[in-house]
Design a protein. Structure first.
Ligand code: NAI
Length: 251
């Protein structure tokens, strides 16, 4: 029996990177997948992902919508409910970084990162808890970051958004545990995706590597494996926690 047979999962920002790996992993374990992407340039990738997921024998649909927009997110979740009937798992994965030292960081850069990374988690979670409360079951997984735990020079907006996600996660776990809704966060370390491609090369890349006890960057699939664990009943007594998936970087 597959771990998520008959379930429906919402994943934000899944046309590529960690989100795409999560969509594929959860589909492989039997979950239907409703995922979002934001820009026109991702439409081809999103359509390809839908085909890959459907080939696994589950339902899939891509929705072009901005998770940072409250009204658009409310409409998106209503569409998912009418298309799929229920939402059992929600993965708040969408995120951006606009790194700059605070002295040079504009209010626009700050607000973009907080809106996309943190407000989106509020927007989506606020909507998905309604069907989850009705069903008296649900698992919400929020993508934080090791940077939200330890901070990093040049990443104050990103760190603040990811630390905010941790506080939100623990609060929602406390609010909704009695309804059998679990809420956990994952704190990835340095995972090889488009977001980190520019950091990987040369001296900067070697400096990062030297701080990772496992001696390598992580793969999107390794975040997807942890997401599957948190989405499924394998983690049925785990809520309000942050799991670091970082090759030991935080120690
Ligand atoms: P990525 O840049 O490859 O993917 C991010 C996805 O989010 C993209 O598909 C993008 O279109 C989507 N997105 C951005 N803004 C959106 C919005 N407003 N609404 C809907 N979708 C939106 O990045 P990656 O590496 O796959 O990151 C996924 C998540 O993991 C992010 O939250 C990121 O902060 C987090 N993370 C990544 C790490 C890494 O090393 N790659 C480390 C720690 C956390």
């Amino acid at each position: 029996m597959k771990l998520l047979a008959g379930k429906t999962t919402v994943v934000t920002g899944a046309a590529r990177g960690i989100g795409a790996a999560i969509a594929l992993k959860l589909a492989e374990q039997g979950s239907n997948i409703a995922f979002t992407y934001v820009s026109d340039s991702s439409t081809d990738k999103a359509n390809l992902l839908v085909q890959q997921i459907q080939a696994m024998g589950v339902q899939a649909k891509a929705y072009q919508t901005n998770a940072a927009d409250y009204a658009a997110t409310e409409a998106f979740i209503n569409s998912v409910l009418s298309d799929f009937g229920n939402i059992d798992v929600c993965v708040n994965n969408a995120g951006i970084s606009k790194d700059n030292l605070l002295l040079r960081m504009s209010a626009e850069q700050w607000n973009d990162v907080i809106n996309t990374n943190l407000n989106s988690v509020y927007n989506v979670t606020k909507q998905v808890i309604k069907p989850m409360m009705k069903a008296k079951a649900g698992s919400i997984i929020n993508m934080s970051s090791i940077i939200g735990i330890r901070g990093n020079a040049g990443q104050s907006s990103y760190a603040a958004s990811k630390a905010g996600i941790i506080g939100f996660t623990k609060s929602i776990a406390a609010e909704l545990g009695s309804r059998n809704i679990r809420c956990n966060a994952i704190a990835p370390g340095f995972i090889e995706t488009d977001m980190t491609a520019y950091l990987k090369e040369g001296d900067a890349g070697n400096a990062f590597l030297s701080k990772i006890p496992l001696g390598r960057f992580g793969k999107a699939e390794e975040i997807a494996n942890t997401t599957l664990f948190l989405a499924s009943d394998l983690s049925s007594y785990i809520t309000g926690q942050v799991i670091s998936v970082c090759g030991g970087l935080n120690i």
